[in-house]
Design a protein around this ligand. Sequence first.
Ligand code: FES
Length: 74
Amino acid sequence: MIVCVCNCISDKEIARQAHAGMGFDDIQLELGVATCCGRCEDFARDLVAQCSASRPVAALRDAGGASAGLMEAV
Ligand code: FES
């Protein structure tokens, strides 16, 4: 589904970036979503928030990597 009509950006493109760990501002810069009329911004932000909340495995992996780094440093 096209989310941003002005820039022809789909929900799948936004979701892919969000699942990769990018926030709305980074996605906006990368894809150009919500940079014209702005009508898509609320939906795009909600989509990014939903995708960010639904990646617990990546969050655990990130947390494990960070703590593993601390263990090595000690
Ligand atoms: S619909 Fe996204 S900027 Fe206009």
